[in-house]
Design a binder for this molecule. Structure first.
Ligand code: NAD
Ligand code: TYD
Length: 353
């Protein structure tokens, strides 16, 4: 696209969104990047201090569930592209508070689609509505097989069901209103700036402060881990070259049982903290399993590789080491994030149960 791009990125103050915003602001100086975020507990403008003064970047505080606010925003800025990441994103929170996930993920996405469709109607210069979704919409695998773009949806948590609902709405707007849309469904991300409620940063934080590392059930659940910068690269390629109406699966081809992953993380932490080998491993504590805990996710990402030329660059050892180093070098970030609200969540999730 040669015209100047005015891109609305939602959820840009969160984990993945902040990496995407930074990448677009720095790589495309002739684009205008608008970061819309409600700044929930998971949104943090400290993630973006290095680019906040760039002339092609603006932050807008707002809630995607507020229909009138979103309509006004589109009328004012006439965006010609949307990269939609804003969501409630944590499975455990969706189990204790499912309705919040329906509002943010389903109603919020519907509002953005509706305004994008109005924008398309009044000003044909609309490039793409891009929904960043998850592999969890496909449900749970047993020990074999992979999710492809043709795998039927079978979400099993309120989080994955809300993401599946929003994916269906995105496709409905493509078929009904000819809104150019694209969806990518990605596996578990890890890397700097992830809120320490998700497994890897939670374990890093607990090891650092000698707290038990909670492992749900027997630790045998499997996830396919992808370094966040590799996901940002996939998002960049898909936004620019993805075919309207298409879905692309994104994964690391990097499956780990939770217990093996945590054991590896403990080894890296021992080395980085100059602790004797096996010190951190002693913190591993098996706790009550998550309700409806999906056994295994694994992605077949051959389509995005063959169609768009994407493949991950970071191997797990490198990505995990970079992640650990980032958290150890950014203890102020971690301490600011672990404020009263996080402590309340932690008590309810792990201590009072
Ligand atoms: P995150 O929880 O770190 O960030 C979400 C951001 O959305 C936060 O900044 C939050 O303030 C914002 N937000 C939430 N509700 C909002 C609302 N109503 N209005 C405006 N902003 C709101 O999440 P993340 O891990 O960065 O995930 C980003 C997206 O990628 C999500 O859509 C998620 O479903 C998807 N995804 C995540 C992963 C993963 O492993 N983290 C994997 C695949 C897909
Ligand atoms: P999580 O990071 O919450 O991502 P998701 O549920 O979206 O895959 O969890 C990753 C895996 O780690 C999942 O199998 C649940 C497990 N887990 C634990 O064993 N202990 C924990 O404290 C957390 C947060 C997750």
């Amino acid at each position: 696209m040669n015209t100047k791009n005015k891109i609305l990125i939602t959820g840009g103050a969160g984990f993945i969104g902040s990496h995407v915003v930074r990448r677009f602001v720095k790589k495309y100086p002739d684009y205008l990047i608008y970061n819309l975020d409600k700044l929930t507990y998971a949104g943090n403008l400290e993630n973006l201090t290095d680019i906040e003064d760039y002339s092609n970047y603006s932050f807008i505080k707002g809630d995607i569930t507020n229909q009138e606010f979103i309509r006004e925003l589109f009328r004012k800025y006439k965006f010609n592209g949307v990269i939609h990441l804003a969501a409630e994103s944590h499975v455990d929170r969706s189990i204790s508070n499912p309705l919040e996930f329906i509002y943010a993920n389903v109603v919020g996405t519907a509002n953005l689609l509706f305004s994008s469709q109005e924008q398309l109607k009044h000003n044909q210069n609309f490039h793409c509505f891009y929904h960043i979704s998850t592999d969890e919409v496909y449900g749970s695998l047993d020990s074999t097989g992979f999710f492809t773009e043709k795998t039927p949806y079978s979400p099993r948590s309120p989080y994955s069901a809300s993401k599946a609902g929003s994916d269906h709405l995105v496709r409905a707007f493509f078929h009904t209103y000819k809104l150019p849309v694209v969806i990518s469904n990605c596996s578990n991300n890890y890397g700097p700036n992830q809120f320490p409620e998700k497994l890897i940063p939670l374990a890093i934080n607990n090891i650092l402060y000698n707290k038990p590392i909670p492992i749900y059930g027997k630790g045998e659940n499997i996830r396919d881990w992808l370094y966040v910068e590799d996901h940002a690269e996939a998002i960049d390629l898909t936004y620019h070259n993805g075919k309207p109406g298409e879905t692309y699966n994104v994964g690391g081809n990097n499956e780990w049982k939770n217990i093996d992953l945590i054991t590896k993380l403990c080894e890296i932490m021992d080395r980085k903290l100059n602790r004797p080998p096996e010190t951190s491993k002693k913190l591993i504590t098996y706790v009550k399993d998550r309700a409806g805990h999906d056994l295994r996710y694994a992605i077949d990402s051959s389509k995005i590789t063959s169609d768009l030329g994407w493949k991950p660059v970071f191997d797990f050892e490198t990505g995990l080491t970079k992640t650990v180093e980032w958290y150890l070098n950014n203890k102020k970030w971690l301490n600011n994030v672990i404020s009263g609200e996080y402590e309340k969540y932690y008590q309810e999730q792990y201590v009072k149960r």
